[in-house]
Design a protein around this ligand. Sequence first.
Ligand code: F6P
Length: 397
Amino acid sequence: MAKRIGVLTGGGDTSALNATLEGVALKAEELGLELIGFMKGWEGLLKGGAYFTLNPDLIDENQGGTILKSSRTNLIGENKLDEAVENLRKLDIDGLIAIGGDDTLSVGAALSEMFPTASVVKTIDNDVGLNPPPGDSVDYSQMVNYFCPGFPTAAFRIVEAVRDLRTTAYSHDRVFFVETMGRDAGWLALSSVCGHADLIVIPEVPYEPDRLAAVIEQKYAEKGNVIVVVSEGIRNRKGELLTRSQEEIDAFGHTRPGGCSEIIAAAMKRRLSPEIPESSFRHLILAYLQRCGSPIPLDHDCSVRAGQLSVEAIAAGMVNHVVTIMRTSEGLQPQLLPSEKVIKRDKRGKIIPRSVDLRFYDAENYQASRAGLGYFRPIFGDLPMPFFQPQLDIQRI
Ligand code: F6P
């Protein structure tokens, strides 16, 4: 039976990480386990790495970010798995919990072959897990990892931002391009349907500027303002990322996305003026405002329970298991699964990110489909009323 366990958080932070850590700390305390928190993700396990005893009292579960801090250190790329295991043994750690997205999980899976390791999924990108089996009807209960902790809060921030932006879009007859995070997956952008985005552009479908321009023109003629939500990972027909810089690469080899809203706004302005005045076009990058602040209650509760479950897994000697969230008849519940049931890999062994299930997206109308709305219902409940567009009896001088 484990006596001393470790925990770390890797990758981009989320609003719900401290909630997961609180779950881990509470369960460790209940089971009489000493909990060591390693600072800055995998970096905390290497020479000079920082650690401390993590008690539940130290954690504010309703505060965003992570008390343990985070980094994108790649132990595999840097050939440092052996060093990490040696240090864990030196510190008498019996089991490790890694909380992170696909990059953290790929290191966690490799480490688990050498050391008892369990993982808890978290990422605002919602790209870890498997979509429901293919077919005409969507069985949401078969979706592996219904959402990644951190995603519901980030999605909620987007919903609120898009909903609130409508009043300015109306006052100034604007065409707004709102850029969400999400890397190669359009889940965050898709969530804006719940904030009544007019058009949603996701990376799963290649960007076609002429087609998008035609739909924007039509919407503008109907409503006098348009909100287009674009996902940062959008690519053109040649597969090229619409980004500010192709050169910026992170520790896991990802090209850094960002800036597509500006590129698309400029392209649409060129195509659509003078039908739509040039001064109407604006872009807005939501950036880190999606990742910070307190978790929404659903995210908080699932994250605390996910943390608790990961400690139970380590205490029961279940190695290489991942805590996921499943949609069950009793609601959204954390569940432990062997990692090979949660992630798929390509030929080089790299985890394949989960894309938006194309049944959730109506590509022709740039909107979430009925099945997409059905996906968001247990996360946000029924859709709030859209902005009330007044019908005015306008006279001209
Ligand atoms: O993976 C989470 C995420 O927020 C992505 O959506 C985004 O592209 C990236 O991290 C931003 O990374 P950084 O925090 O390094 O700017």
